[in-house]
Structures are given as C-alpha cells and as structure tokens.
Write a protein that binds this ligand. Structure first.
Ligand code: GCB
Length: 915
C-alpha cells in the first residue's frame, strides 16, 4: 500500500459572505502574517498596507510582582533600552561551568514602547503583529488590554484599531512570561510541558504595526497570510492550482470588490490569472473566495535539484480598481509519496531523505537570531549535502521555511508537544489540548504555502516521561485529535510524530522480557505508533543504550510490526566535545549524561549508524540529531554546561566537527577530503591508524613529506593503518583526485613521548595523566574483551567507589574477558608493568594467565589474592623482548574473566628501565 499526499482532483469556485466573525480562537487574538506586507506595488501605486517595524526604542525589565506597568504614569526611565528581537536569557558555550554572564531565569519580562503610527486614511485598521513571544504574551495598548497569546513559537496579531491613537503618541506594553511549566504556573497548559531545550523568554522575533485599508485580506486567521494556494492536480501538460483568499470588510458600509488572483513564474511573468467579483460584503464579513487556475507545462519544485518556485499574488480592489490589499505567497508544485516498503518519492522519483534536525538558538542571542543567521544555518546544511530538515521541536521563523523552499530542502515541521501531555501521566486536560490544537492550527495556517513542508508532526516522545517513571501514558486521545485536525485543515500533507518508547525502555531489570529494541522492558502501555500517518523513531543505540549493532535489527522489527506504516529515523546522534579525545573510542564505556564525550566517539557512532540506515530502503529518511549544538539547561556534558553537544557543528557555528565531513563525504557530490582528528593534536601513541573522510575512490597520505601510500576509500572512509609518527611535530597531508578536481587536506599532530614508551589506560576512552606525570593514552592496541569502569559511567562523583592506590584514578577502568594487546614498539628489551585491581570478584573467582610473546609471565594469577582484597591496586612488572616491532600480551582466563587496568611499557637499557 502506498500512502500518498497527492491531492485529489476537484475544482470549484465559491464566494461566501458571512456575518462577522469569530475566526480566531481566544479573545482578541488575531491572526497572521504575510510576506508582501507593505512595499510599494510593482506598478508604483501607493502600498496598500503600511508596515512599521517595532524593533527599536523598547524599555525592558525582567521582574515579577510589578503593577501598573501598562499605565501611562508608570516610570520606566531606569529600565534597560533594548531592541527587538530580544531575550533576557543567556545560556551555554561558556565552558565546563555556568558562567556568571548566564541568565537562566524563567519568569516575567516587561517591555514598554512609545511610538507614533504612520499617517493613514480614515477607517484604516491597525494590527499589532508579533512573530513570536515566549511563552505567554499579554499585550496592552494605551492602557487597554488587547489580549493574550499562549505559545512561544507562532506569529500572532491583535486588532489594535479600537485602542490606537492614530494621530499621536501610543504606549505599547507587553508582558512575556516563560515560567517553567509546572502545576500552578501560568504556563501549566501551554505546550511544551518539558523538553531537552531551553525556553528563552522575550519578544524574540520581530514585531510590527501593520496598517491596512478597511477592506483587507484576513489578518486573524491563526496568523496565516489569508491567501492559500494548493495544487489540485499536477500533470505534465498542466497543473491546476486552487487559491483560497479570505477577505475581510471592516468598513462601515457594504463593499463590492474585485479579487485578482495571479500566479507568477520565477521571472515574475504571470502564468495564470483570474478575477472574481465579491460582495456586496456586509460590514464585518469575511468572504472566502476560491479560484482554480491552470498552469500550462508546470515547472515542478524538485527538491535540491531544482527548487522552482512560483508565487501566488492576490490583489483586492474596489470595483473602481483601487488596490486595497495585496498578498504574495510562495507556491511550489510537487507530489509527495511515502511508501512503507520503498520510502519517499518526490514527483514520483525515489529519494532517501538525508536529514538533519535543528533548533533555533545561538550563543548570547539565544532565540533572538537574525535572518542572516538562519541563512548561515541553511548554507551549512546545504554544504553538508542534506536534503531534508526536521525543524525541531516547534514552529521556526518564516525565514527558515522560506530558505527551505528556495534551497529545495524537504521539511518535517512540528508542534512542541514534547515528552508528556500532562504532569501526572493522565490524558491531556481540555486547556492543554486546546493549546496544542491552537499551536497546530497556527503552524499549518502560517506555513501551508511552503512547498518544502512535507509533513506535520504532532508530537515528540510523548511517552518518555511515563516510560521513565513507569506511570501511565495517556497521549492517545490528544494525538488522534491532532492528527484529525491536521488532516482536515490540510488534506494534502500527511502527519507524523517522533517515537521514543514504542517498546518500553523500562524497567531495566534482568528479569524483564527483552524487547525488540534490545533493551529489557515491558510491553507498551498505550500504543501510539500508527496514530499518525507515518512515524519517526528517535533511537540512540550505542549512546544512551544498547549497541551500534542493535539499530538495524530494531528497525527491521518495527517495519515488520507495522508493514503498512511508512517509517523513518527521526533522531539519532551522539555528543562530541571539541576538547575531549580518544585514541580508540571502542576502548571503554561512555557516560552519555556526563563527561568526557570524545569527539572520536561521535565519528564512530555515525559511521556505524549511517551504515545501518543506508542499507534499509524501506526507510523514507533519517534525521541526524543535531546539526548544531544547542542550549539545554539540564546538561553538564562533554566539556560544556547547558549545552547538548550532539551537534555536528559547534553552537557558535565556527567549528564543523569531524563527523560533519563524514556526512559531506557520503551525502554531497562536492569534492570532500578531510583528515579526521583535527583537534586531537597532542598524541600519546607513535603508531596509529589515520583516517580521512572523502568521496574520493582513492587517496594518498604523506607524513612529514614521506609517502605512506594510496588507499582505497569506501563508504566515505579512507584508512591508513599503523602509520608512524615522529617525536615532536608531524605534518599529515592527504591528496586525492575527485572527478578531475585535485583536493588536499593537512593537519599537525604532536607526539610528546617517544615510540618506545607506551602507556595504556585499559577500558578508558579518554586517557589519563597519572599522579607521577606519566601520560597514559586511552585504551588501544587491544583485541577482544570489554572496556569497563569500576564505577558505572553515570555514577555521581560523591558516590564513586575508589580503588585503594596511591593514584586511584589509574585503576578505575579495566579491560575484561579473554583479550590481548599487540603493542607496537621498536625491537628491543622492555620493562612491562601491568596494573590490576579487582572490582567485584572474591578470591578464587577470577584466575587467569598472562603471556608475553607466547611465554607465560603470570600463571593462575588471582588479583584479590595478590592485592590482599578487592578494590586494591597491585602491579606486576617483568621484562620482555619486542620482536618484529611489537610486544604481544595475552590475557587468558582460567576461571572467570581476565582483567587488566593499565599497561606501562618502557625500554630497558643496561638492565635499567627508562622513564
Ligand atoms: C531526544 C529528544 C531530543 C533530545 C535528544 C537527546 O530523543 O527528542 O529533544 O535533545 O533526544 O539529545 O537526548
């Protein structure tokens, strides 16, 4: 079966005059925005709308408990002067500790602005437009309360006509409230109730006063433009587009009108047009007019290949021909299909959507970002070769959707229904459900003209909290109602949502049945996958749980469970700190919620995960979590605080992490050749594998000018094994010919030690400098066994168990099982010290042999017996001869598993070991 978003063909033209009008929800809440809100028309006539930006001159104070702020007498002279967009919060990217400059206060912020409106004809209508205020906005003009908007992400308008002083001074007051949602808070029924992202407060997008003629296109349709285009049929010779226009008569007398609808091509030429008579419209009426226009030989919107855009232009005129209002909206002609077995099709052509997710914040500015910053984000996305974006977890600014339209990026758009639908695990209450519905209607009405948007997502991980706490999970009724709302509002697009917990992740008990996700757990309580038309799976195998290898089988099982459901991966990702590194990220466990997060782990995670994803043609796409690091005040991870560092690009956009280039090599046709390990400059080991990410078929490596040979590249990866560094600085350089273009990359690594001294911290992914200043690299050169810690990685500092040793940290990780090390060192005699501690077993339960180059150096070794107890350090030292450039050290269990905590190998000269 194929679920298709292709529109059914039908055509009609209607003109409805209704009595006036509660078209928007909530008292005084007005609608929407348009693109072409005010500039002079092409013919040079007077602009039908005047748009006055309300960006400068605001006074601001973050404070609760103030009264009388809306009144003219209130003294704001001591308040800060700010410009809008503005947020009072500041978070992230300031190091491992929260800096004193951070501001994570959630509560009330007050804004006051004095302005004079532009001159306008009598009877003009005045609308205050806010592109977003977080989270709740209350608005007063000249002391008169205009209303409240609840929801941090959508545009909203208030009709200010009755309150404005059209010829003189006005005082606009806005109270923004981003209180943390909790029972009793003002935000308790405003989605999101929670989420792994910080809710910056303030008027963080633009604000404007829009002055229209008494007759105008609807400003109060959930923030939408009042003009909506829709392809009814797309055939090679012709496409039929239906344009719906909502015209409002706010004049005091009935009005007869002419509504001209035109579709223009990219060069501005009109390719189809029609004119309809409307009216007489009674005062206060909203007329909904539909006209169908045929476009000959339609030029399709073809994603990144050819993102061709038409424009819909609706002009409202009096019968005498005077232009009263005009709106221009994007129009793209394309069909979208989602097939449960074959994936995604754009205009009938298969595409695996190569997606990334994005939040909307930046350092210092938080959510108050500029259009130029959006443009930079989309340029980075395009450079990587992505073809799809998940604009998570809420409605983004208009510029983002416009950029996706013009770059041909397919968009997953979503509302912020995140983690839970209530505080106590029960079903959503009526107020919260109404708010979710309002935010969905705003998302759709404000963005439905964007051809880039393929799906409306109605939720993200709404089972998560319930799953973690083992409480009830009752999102079903709300999800069903949101799905129906989206489909009835926009029959041309499918719905989706992101699932965390279809197969519940809890309880994590040994007895619990093993679930399809490879995690012990129980059956789902309140199944939700299948409510929306498609589903995305948010999964983090090898990061939060399980192993890299679990990802593919989990997806296959999901596909088998839901053979009729188109599925994708809506999130997968791993953290990466720019200053934390690993010589081999397979060497030990990661603490996903803590430190360190070596950058190399992110590389490995994505190499393995993408390998599983690319091989599954039934997936309609996959979205990396996340293209950019973003602020989240619950995080203290990697080398940062308040940042989720799963981005492939740093929070300030300055550094593209190595993994970025892995995807560029796989996704983009741009010649890509990138040496991996750019920031892992200070190297503990002289012999190592060198890796480059590239879309070359072969690449060549030199180290300090010496040829290391060419290697073939596959899956975007080129590897050179056992490359030798010299003490001091080393220059590595790769070159390749990619489709006739010569490309190269180089970097510098420093080897502080010498090739003949090797110190390894077993079971540790990030290495250690010991109390006696010896540099231990992270676990490397091993084969078999498993890297582990004495403490579980997520154990808090005050609960950590310490090994009794002069340097306890050196013994707090280990390799366990049956394993060996082949340590590359120049031939000669060495002193080998093996460091041990027993984490758990009693005497006699763990017994093993150790062999060097096949010769036993420890026989039936029992750590507890040798150390005199558990969690006590014991070292064993002996001499051995390296042959053929290596020492081969084997750990062979006799009873239980073998184990080692650290290895120290130093050369022996004249019978004495060097340091
Ligand atoms: C998720 C959430 C997202 C988080 C992400 C993470 O599943 O949907 O909001 O940021 O995981 O990094 O844990």
């Amino acid at each position: 079966m194929c679920v298709s978003a292709r529109a059914t063909v039908f055509a009609f033209v209607v003109s409805i005059a209704t009595q006036a009008i509660a078209v928007s929800p909530g008292a005084g809440l007005l609608a929407v925005a348009g693109k072409d809100t005010g500039a002079a028309s092409p013919g040079g006539e007077a602009a039908p709308r005047a748009v006055m930006s309300l960006s400068t001159g605001w006074r601001f104070k973050q404070a609760s408990g103030l009264s009388g702020v809306e009144g003219a007498q209130f003294d704001d002279s001591q308040w800060s002067e700010v410009t809008v967009p503005h947020t009072w919060n500041r978070l992230g990217n300031e190091g491992t500790e929260r800096s004193p400059q951070s501001n994570s206060v959630q509560g009330t912020g007050w804004y006051r602005l004095r302005f004079k409106p532009p001159a306008a004809v009598p009877g003009s209508r005045y609308f205050l437009q806010f592109d977003a205020v977080s989270t709740i906005a209350d608005v007063w003009l000249n002391g008169r309360y205009l209303g409240r908007h609840e929801g941090a992400f959508a545009r909203f308008r208030f009709d200010a006509s009755a309150a404005i002083n059209s010829t003189g001074d006005n005082l606009l007051v806005v109270r923004a409230d981003n209180s943390r949602p909790q029972p009793g808070a003002a935000t308790q029924n405003v989605i999101p109730l929670s989420g792994d992202f910080f809710m910056f407060g303030g008027i963080y997008r633009s604000a404007a006063l829009i002055v229209t003629q008494p007759v105008h296109l609807d400003m109060l349709d959930f923030g939408g433009p009042g003009v909506y285009g829709r392809a009814l049929a797309i055939q090679p010779g012709t496409a039929t587009v239906q344009v719906t226009s909502r015209v409002v008569n706010n004049a005091s007398s009935p009005q007869r009108l002419r509504v001209e609808t035109a579709i223009t091509a990219a060069d501005g030429s009109v390719v189809a047009s029609s004119t309809a008579a409307a009216g007489p419209m009674t005062p206060g009426a909203v007329s909904v007019l539909q006209s169908n226009l045929d476009i000959a030989n339609p030029h399709l919107w073809q994603g990144v290949r050819d993102p061709y855009l038409y424009r819909t232009v609706v002009t409202v005129r009096s019968v005498q021909g005077v232009e009263l209002d005009r709106m221009t909206q994007p129009l793209g002609l394309r069909t979208l299909q989602f097939d449960p077995n074959k994936g995604f099709f754009l205009n009938g052509e298969h595409q695996y959507l190569k997606g990334v997710a994005m939040h909307q914040d930046r350092p210092v500015k938080g959510w108050a970002v500029s259009d130029q910053e959006d443009e930079e984000d989309f340029a980075i996305l395009a450079d990587m070769g992505a073809t799809a974006v998940r604009l998570a977890h809420y409605q983004h600014d208009q510029r983002s959707y416009e950029l996706a339209d013009s770059a041909g990026i397919v968009v997953w758009a979503e509302i912020p229904l995140v983690n839970k639908v209530s505080f106590d695990g029960s079903a959503a209450n009526a107020a919260l459900a109404a708010n979710a519905r309002q935010q969905l209607l705003e998302l759709i009405q404000q963005n439905r003209n964007h051809p880039s948007i393929a799906l409306w997502s109605i939720a993200n991980e709404v089972d998560l909290t319930a799953t973690q706490t083992q409480g009830p999970s009752r999102p079903t009724a709300l999800l069903k109602s949101l799905k129906e709302l989206a489909r009835s509002q926009d029959p041309d697009r499918l719905t989706t949502f992101a699932d965390c917990c279809e197969v519940a992740l809890a309880p994590r008990t040994a007895e619990g049945p093993r679930t399809a996700d490879g995690v012990p757990g129980t059956a789902p309580r309140d199944p939700i996958v299948g409510i929306a038309d498609t589903v995305g799976y948010n999964r983090y195998f090898g990061w939060y749980y399980g192993h890299f290898g679990d990802f593919g089988p989990m997806l296959d099982q999901a596909h088998e469970r839901h053979p009729q459901l188109p599925i994708c991966v809506s999130e997968y990702g791993a953290g990466a700190a720019l200053t934390q590194h690993s010589d081999d990220p397979t060497g030990g466990p990661i603490n996903p919620h803590g430190r360190p997060h070596p950058e190399e782990m992110q590389n490995l995670y994505h190499e393995r995960s993408w390998d599983a994803l690319r091989q599954r043609p039934y997936l309609w796409g996959a979205f990396i979590w996340n293209l950019f690091d973003f602020a989240s005040d619950s995080r203290q991870e990697g080398d940062l605080t308040d940042i989720n560092e799963k981005g492939l690009v740093s929070y300030d956009r300055r550094i593209r992490k190595d993994t970025f280039y892995f995807y560029r090599a796989n996704w983009s046709t741009q010649p890509t050749l990138h040496l991996v390990g750019r920031r892992h400059v200070d190297r503990p080991y002289a012999v190592l594998d060198v890796k480059a990410y590239s879309n070359a078929t072969r690449a060549n490596l030199t180290v300090n000018g010496t040829e290391q040979g060419a290697t073939s590249c596959s899956g975007g990866i080129c590897m050179w094994h056992a490359i030798h560094l010299q003490p001091g600085s080393n220059e590595l350089r790769v070159t390749a010919d990619i489709g006739g273009t010569a490309v190269s990359d180089s970097l510098q690594w420093t080897l502080a030690g010498t090739p003949s001294v090797v110190r390894i911290k077993a079971g540790d992914i990030s290495g250690y400098v010991s109390a006696d200043r010896q540099r231990y690299g992270s676990d490397m050169y091993f084969s078999g066994g498993e890297g582990k810690g004495v403490n579980r990685p997520d154990i808090p500092d005050d609960k950590r168990i310490e090994v009794a040793a002069s340097d306890p940290r050196l013994y707090d990780s280990f390799r366990e099982g049956e394993f060996s090390y082949r340590v590359p060192v120049p031939d000669g005699r060495y002193q080998v010290t093996l460091k041990f501690e027993e984490p758990a077993a009693a005497a006699g339960e763990r017994v093993f042999d150790v062999l060097v180059n096949g010769k036993a150096v420890l026989k039936r070794f029992d750590i507890v017996a040798a150390a005199g107890g558990k969690l006590r350090a014991v070292d064993k030292t002996f001499q051995a001869k390296a042959q053929e450039g290596a020492l081969f050290i084997e750990f062979r269990p006799v009873k239980g598993h073998a184990l080692v905590a650290a290895l120290s190998i130093v050369p022996v000269a004249d019978g004495r070991a060097s340091r």
